[in-house]
Design a protein around this ligand. Structure first.
Ligand code: ZN
Length: 552
């Protein structure tokens, strides 16, 4: 039927004059637009938002066959985007690893090992790959080897905490032929008790140790990818920027490529590529990215440049060797010349100084201001570094690392230092684009609502408030960082990250109101309905009937 636009009075040439294929009514829609306006209803057509307004206005736009989703007063947010999640890696292991994310007791964590062991074939490994800390458990301690052995039964078992520690049962040690420190990767050591007997714990060398474990098959990785992205959808997520990282190999991308190719991706992915073969990163990048233009892909998955490790030898190094830094400069200049994005992992402000000096040098030769380069982590960012980043047009991806590492960092650096970690408000005042996220799934857990709660209360998983009010964002700004802010880093802020006419319909209907629920309950929020480009990829509870069947 021919319509007249209710605003401009034009006939069907105007978007508003066309029928909507779906409308969401009777809600509290946090649009995340410049004014952070709240609307009651939203209409979409072909995956894009065509109108926002009152329920009465929007209902009129529904075509005869339109889905009319009554939100029952619930809150809708733009789909959450993690600007630094190792999602491709997490996804490839999700079907085979045991997940301890958010598990509240060690007893339950061990039960999960037990359940996982029962579901596996004889001899198959039970693996917890990270994303947990002992402070999350009521028992507030690490598991012992005896507990792990009992839970895993006949299976070899491996439990990793961050990149600092792992626990294996004897079957695991036997399977990897580990009898003494000499059998471990460089830098790793067996923990020993007071009598000098190994306890099953291993400290150091964890990345190389993990690489000795068997990898999931491609089929298992594909299954894991679908399951992990559905898990992210359950938590209101519709996008990630993936920074490659430890234990990722070129073949790790096979599973996500297949799921993307089969049009079964339910989270938008912008991915960066690391060097894989140090110290040959210069030749390597130039060779295998030779045919890869910036942005290659589509609106579900695209190539977003290089990082987060570029020259591995300068990873977390405060005084890099000049030759390594020169190789880093060569790659950065090459990337700038190709118009590539670049994201760089940097743990401390001291380590970022030489890196920013390289970027300033590159910028004086090939301007990088429009390339949206970024630094990840940098919890102790100084105002001076943030100003240098701003001058280079760079952004900062900020994660909830202090949620797990706060107490340890406080012991190392003191109460005053952790009060401003990370300096979210200083960065906002300086005008550095901020993307939120988690750095999941080895170092951190992936739940965006845990990260949002932490952004607002600065409290660790162990319950200790550390960050001061002067570095605490408003609810609006925390949500912005997790949506529009993160979209900036994949050059998508003009198409997603807020709910505005013309943008993609990526959104989540929440179990409770993010704006009014007590801060300490934000971590319990989930999605009741998640939409990616207008397609309902997840629905539950009272909205479960709306889920579109997925082809498998
Ligand atoms: Zn990193």
């Amino acid at each position: 039927m021919t319509r007249i636009c209710i605003i401009c009075a034009a006939f069907s040439v105007c978007l508003l004059a066309q029928d909507a294929d779906s409308v969401l009514i009777n809600g509290k829609i946090l649009t995340g637009d410049a004014a952070f306006s709240v609307q009651q209803a939203l209409a979409l057509r072909d995956g894009k938002i065509i109108a926002l307004g009152s329920t009465a206005q929007v209902r009129k736009l529904a075509g005869a066959k339109a889905r009319v989703i009554d939100l029952g007063g619930r809150t809708v947010i733009p789909g959450l985007i993690d600007s630094h999640m190792h999602a491709i890696r997490a996804a490839s292991f999700f079907a085979t690893e045991t997940n301890w994310a958010g598990v509240p007791t060690l007893m339950e964590a061990l039960d999960r090992i037990h359940e996982s062991a029962r579901s596996k074939n004889p001899g198959e490994w039970v693996i917890v790959g990270g994303g947990w800390k002992p402070e999350q458990f009521k028992e507030n301690r690490l598991p012992t080897q005896a507990e792990l052995s009992e839970a895993a039964g006949d299976h070899p078992a491996y439990v990793q905490m961050l990149y600092s520690w792992a626990l294996m049962n004897q079957r695991g040690m036997d399977a990897l032929n580990i009898k003494s420190d000499a059998d471990l990767p460089r830098g790793a050591k067996l923990d020993r008790d007071a009598n000098g007997n190994p306890t099953g714990g291993i400290t150091g060398g964890i990345v190389a140790l993990f690489d000795r474990l068997p990898r999931p098959t491609l089929e298992q990785q594909i299954e894991g990818t679908k399951k992990f992205f559905r898990e992210l959808n359950r938590l209101g997520m519709t996008g990630v920027s993936d920074p490659c990282g430890n234990n990722v190999r070129p073949e790790t991308y096979a599973a996500i490529d297949k799921v993307w190719h089969d049009r079964q991706l339910t989270v938008r992915v912008a991915y960066s590529i690391c060097g894989f073969n140090p110290p040959h990163e210069v030749e390597e990048f130039q060779k295998y990215l030779g045919l890869m233009p910036m942005g290659f892909g589509d609106d579900m998955m695209h190539f977003n440049g290089i990082g987060e490790q570029i020259v591995w030898a300068i990873n977390n190094v405060e005084k890099p060797n000049p030759a390594d830094l020169e190789r880093f400069y060569q790659i950065a200049k090459w990337a700038a010349g190709r118009g590539y994005g670049l994201t760089f992992h940097c743990g401390t402000d001291a380590a970022v100084d030489p890196i920013l000096t390289v970027f300033e040098r590159v910028n004086s030769e090939v301007p990088i201001k429009d390339l949206r380069w970024s630094i990840a982590h940098l919890n102790d960012a100084s105002s001076a570094s943030l100003r240098r980043m701003k001058a280079l047009g760079m952004g900062w991806t900020m994660q909830d690392e202090m949620y797990f590492q706060g107490e340890e960092t406080e012991r190392r650096l003191g109460v005053e230092a952790v009060r401003r970690m990370p300096p979210v408000e200083t960065a906002r005042e300086i005008g550095v684009p901020i993307g939120a996220g988690t750095d999941a799934h080895r170092v951190m857990a992936y739940n965006p609502f845990t990260a949002l709660q932490w952004a607002l209360d600065g409290t660790t998983v162990g319950g200790k408030p550390l960050r001061g009010p002067e570095q605490t964002p408003s609810r609006e700004n925390a949500l912005r960082a997790y949506t529009q802010g993160s979209a900036w880093f994949s050059h998508d802020d003009d198409t997603r990250g807020s709910l505005e006419v013309g943008k993609l319909a990526d959104l989540a209907v929440l179990t409770n109101d993010y704006m009014t629920v007590p801060v300490n309950q934000i971590g319990t929020l989930e999605s009741l309905l998640t939409m990616v480009g207008g397609k309902i990829v997840y629905a539950a509870g009272p909205l479960a009937k709306w889920e579109t069947p997925v082809r498998h």
